[in-house]
Structure formats: structure tokens, C-alpha cells
Design a protein around this ligand. Structure first.
Ligand SMILES: [Zn+2]
Length: 480
């Protein structure tokens, strides 16, 4: 570890940078699934915030080894996303500096998907810059019209403002978001973009400091140089005290289960980020909507008392789903597991079949024929001893080398084949074992599933259909 610290500092100093903090995950293997890499997550937070928790600005990253940075699918992408969140940062690894904002990040070649997002991010950064300039002047920012205001973003849309004000007061007196959303749906209230309200979007609207005349950027209220809150030029819907109270309610709930009566329940367990079920957020509802498109909402897990298994079920309308599709979770899990394992085996087999030929058989045959011919001519006394013993050893050596090469090739092809097959066999074995006996934790299985497929569409089974029908599950495979 000492060595790495030295490498870090030397690399940084070579470029004239100052190391402000070192994040290390050395005691935890980045590749080990189910391990939360605290320091990695802390680094991403610092990059997004632009500073360390103690306020020191962060302007770049030096890493010791690329493979340490991102061993799990998605890590590298999340890193680049956090890194490029702000402009003008510097990056270096042991091989030198790299411009993570530009296309040549492709040379790192870890995940191609990053590249297509570069342009999008550039645009987002431009937007954030202009948002900040506007926020500091107290001017409203662009984007879709905020619910509660007119198109000028300054004057109130009385009808919407009244609804939002009432929702804020109801919420503060203990009414659930769910209940408010149900009421709005019944009243036919739509978002400013014309969509149905969900508990998520209502939460967003209530938590937006705009309702009390303030602005938030990168998770912080916008202040002027002297630290005073900057108040917008637009009309407000509730006062600052009310908004702070709403924010306090949401903050207190963060990391806790919430009961039906809206009371704060027990805290989430430490590993709450690890989903408990194999296909949470991977299975999606395949029930057609009235307009013919699929519902496509990620299904949630429902555990009925005494059922002995979980169900995947579409979310309620208030949560953005159709509420009209459900399937036995244990059977879906088993079917999708088998399908993914079969896919892995299929790919391992294909890999072991390709590059099967050595490609130098002709060369060996040719050398052998030349030696045979030379020997024949020598036996027939057509060539002198002198010439024969000058030519034969070279040919014999060439043939011996080619033969050794061929044997090596055969052995390594065999090894590749065995390895590809044992890898998958090992995955299959550990997939089925309990975790305490060396089986994979759910997060590992989910990583394999996510690498193999985008989603699994659960098509509706129809009324009264009791028999589980795997044909109604449609895996959306990733391209090979
Ligand atoms: Zn649905």
C-alpha cells in the first residue's frame, strides 16, 4: 500500500497537481460481488459535489491501476459520469494523463456505452452552467414549465398553485403522498407535461425549493457571495418555513421503512442497497395499455403472508404502473436463472469452437515433403553427403519446431475449452448453492443476469390462469 501512495503522489507531482485525498479499497476486492466499496462510493460523491466532505475542492483523479477502479459492470461508467459531471477536471493513471471528456477515452475500452453518452453529458454540462448563472441572478431557469406557474415561470397558475399548496399542507399534517396522488388522478390533474402524477413526481414537486422562492443546485440551496440565500423573482406557493418542514420530513424518512400510516418505521439494514430479490427492477410489466403500448413499468416485489413465495407485481397507478399484472416470483426466478445459465453455456461453447484451427499444417507438410525428397535423392546418390548434411539438419529443426508448436496449440486449445466450460460449470454450481456454502450472493447473480439481458417482460396470464407458463416471460437479451 505504501508503494501505491508513492506512485500516486509521484504521478500527481509530475503533473504539478496536489493530492488532497486518497481513496483506497485495497482491503476489499473490487471484483467481489456484494461488497459495498465505501471508498469508491465516497469518491463518486466527492466528484459529483466537486469537493470533499471537509470542503476541499476536487479537481481531478489519479489512479494507481485501471483494474482497481472498475471491476464490476457499471462501476467505470458511474465513475466517468461522476468525473465529467463538472468541467475542467484532470485525470491520470500510471501511463499518463487522459482526457475523460473526449472521445479518446475509448482507448480505455472498458465499456463502449460510455462513449455514446459523451455528447449527452457535454450538453448537460452546458445546461448546468447556464442554470447556475441564472440561479445566481434569481432568474427562473429554462426547461419544462413548473407545475403551479404560468408559461412566464414568474406568475402563479392559480388552479395548480392551489392544488400544490393544499398538497403541501395535507402532507405536513400527515396525509400520504399516495392518497394525494389518488385524489389528483381522480380529479384528472396532470403534470405540466400532461402526464399522470405519481408519488415520485409529487415528492419531487414538493421538495423543489422553487415552491418557496429558493433554488437548489447540485444538492445545495443557492446563496450569494456573503452566504445569504438568493430569493427568486417568481411568486411563491408556500413559505420557506413550510418548505423546510417538508424537507425535514423527507430527510427523517430517508433510510427508513415507512408504514401505511406514514409513521417512520425501522431503519433500512446496512446492506439495503443490495436488492433482496433476484429480479427486482429487471422484470417489467408486459400488459398492453389502452393505446396498445406495453405498460413496461418495473415490477415490484410483493410478499403475501403465508404464501411461501414472493410475487412480482406491477406497481399501482399512483406509482406509475397499471396494477394489472402479477406472477409467482420463485418460478420466474428459477426460469430466468436457467435461461441465463443456458445462455452462458451457449456462449462458452461458441468461444471454445472458434479459433479451432492452428493454421500452419501446410507449412509442416511442406517441410516434411522437402526432407523426404532430400533423403530420397541422397539414398539414390543423386546428391553428395556434403550437401545432404548441410540441408537436412535445418529442415529437421524446422519440422521439430512446427510439431512442438502444433502440440502446444492443441494443448492450449484444449485448456481454453476446458476453462470456458469449467467457468460456466462453476457458475452453475455456485448459483444453486446457499450463500453460506460458497454460493453466489444475489448481487452476483444479478450482475450475471444484467450482463446477459436488459429486462424480462412479464406478459399477462389472463383471468384465472393458474398454471405457470414460461412462454409468457420474454427475456430481452443483450447483443453478443
Ligand atoms: Zn403494468
Amino acid at each position: 500500500m505504501q508503494d501505491q501512495h508513492k506512485v500516486n503522489r509521484q504521478t500527481a507531482e509530475r503533473h504539478g497537481w496536489t493530492v488532497v485525498h486518497e481513496f483506497t479499497d485495497n482491503d476489499k476486492s473490487a471484483a467481489k460481488e456484494g461488497v459495498v466499496r465505501d471508498d469508491f462510493e465516497a469518491m463518486l460523491r466527492a466528484l459529483r459535489a466537486g469537493k470533499l466532505p471537509n470542503g476541499t475542492p476536487v479537481q481531478g483523479v489519479v489512479i494507481v491501476a485501471e483494474y482497481r477502479l472498475a471491476r464490476r459492470p457499471g462501476d467505470y461508467e458511474r465513475f466517468v459520469e461522476a468525473f465529467t459531471y463538472r468541467d475542467g477536471r484532470v485525470f491520470a493513471d500510471a501511463r499518463g494523463t487522459k482526457d475523460l471528456y473526449s472521445e479518446d477515452v475509448e482507448s480505455m475500452g472498458l465499456f463502449g456505452a460510455v462513449i455514446s453518452k459523451m455528447e449527452v453529458r457535454k450538453m448537460q454540462r452546458r445546461m448546468r452552467r447556464s442554470h447556475r448563472a441564472r440561479a445566481e441572478e434569481g432568474r427562473p431557469s429554462g426547461g419544462p414549465r413548473p407545475f403551479g406557474w404560468n408559461e412566464d415561470r414568474l406568475t402563479l397558475n392559480d388552479k395548480e398553485a392551489d392544488l400544490l399548496r393544499k398538497a403541501a399542507k395535507d402532507f405536513l399534517s400527515g396525509r400520504s403522498l399516495h392518497s394525494i396522488v389518488r385524489e389528483w388522478q381522480t380529479l384528472g390533474v396532470k403534470t405540466s407535461l400532461g402526464n399522470e402524477w405519481t408519488t415520485q413526481t409529487l415528492k419531487g414537486a414538493l421538495l423543489n425549493p422553487r415552491v418557496c422562492g429558493l433554488r437548489e443546485l447540485d444538492g445545495e440551496l443557492v446563496r450569494d457571495a456573503s452566504g445569504e440565500l438568493i430569493r427568486g423573482k417568481w411568486a411563491v406557493i408556500i413559505n420557506e418555513d413550510e418548505w423546510m418542514a417538508i424537507r425535514a420530513v423527507f430527510n427523517a424518512r430517508k433510510g427508513h421503512f415507512i408504514g401505511r400510516d406514514m409513521r417512520i418505521g425501522r431503519p433500512h439494514p446496512a446492506d439495503y442497497r443490495d436488492p433482496v430479490y433476484l429480479l427486482s427492477a429487471i422484470v417489467r410489466c408486459g400488459r398492453p395499455r389502452e393505446d396498445g403500448t406495453l405498460c413496461n413499468t418495473p415490477m415490484r416485489v410483493n410478499v403475501r403472508k403465508g404464501a411461501g413465495h414472493h410475487d412480482y407485481t406491477c406497481r399501482s397507478k399512483a406509482e406509475g404502473g397499471c396494477g394489472g399484472c402479477s406472477r409467482r416470483g420463485d418460478l420466474v426466478d428459477a426460469y430466468v436463472s436457467e435461461a441465463v445459465l443456458a445462455k452462458l453455456e451457449e456462449r462458452a461453447f461458441a468461444a471454445s469452437q472458434s479459433d479451432g484451427s492452428w493454421g500452419k499444417d501446410e507449412e509442416l507438410k511442406d517441410a516434411q515433403e522437402r526432407l523426404d525428397e532430400l533423403t530420397r535423392q541422397w539414398n539414390a546418390r543423386n546428391i553428395t553427403n556434403d550437401l545432404f548434411f548441410k540441408l537436412a539438419p535445418g529442415l529437421e529443426k524446422e519440422i521439430a519446431q512446427l510439431r512442438a508448436e502444433r502440440e502446444n496449440f492443441k494443448a492450449s486449445a484444449e485448456l481454453r475449452r476446458t476453462r470456458a466450460n469449467t467457468d460456466v460449470a462453476e457458475i452453475r454450481r455456485r448459483w444453486c448453492l446457499p450463500e453460506k456454502d460458497g454460493g453466489f450472493p444475489i448481487s452476483t447473480k444479478r450482475a450475471y443476469i444484467r450482463e446477459a439481458l436488459h429486462a424480462v417482460i412479464v406478459h399477462p396470464a389472463g383471468q384465472g390462469q393458474k398454471v405457470f407458463n414460461p412462454d409468457l416471460l420474454e427475456p430481452i437479451w443483450r447483443e453478443d
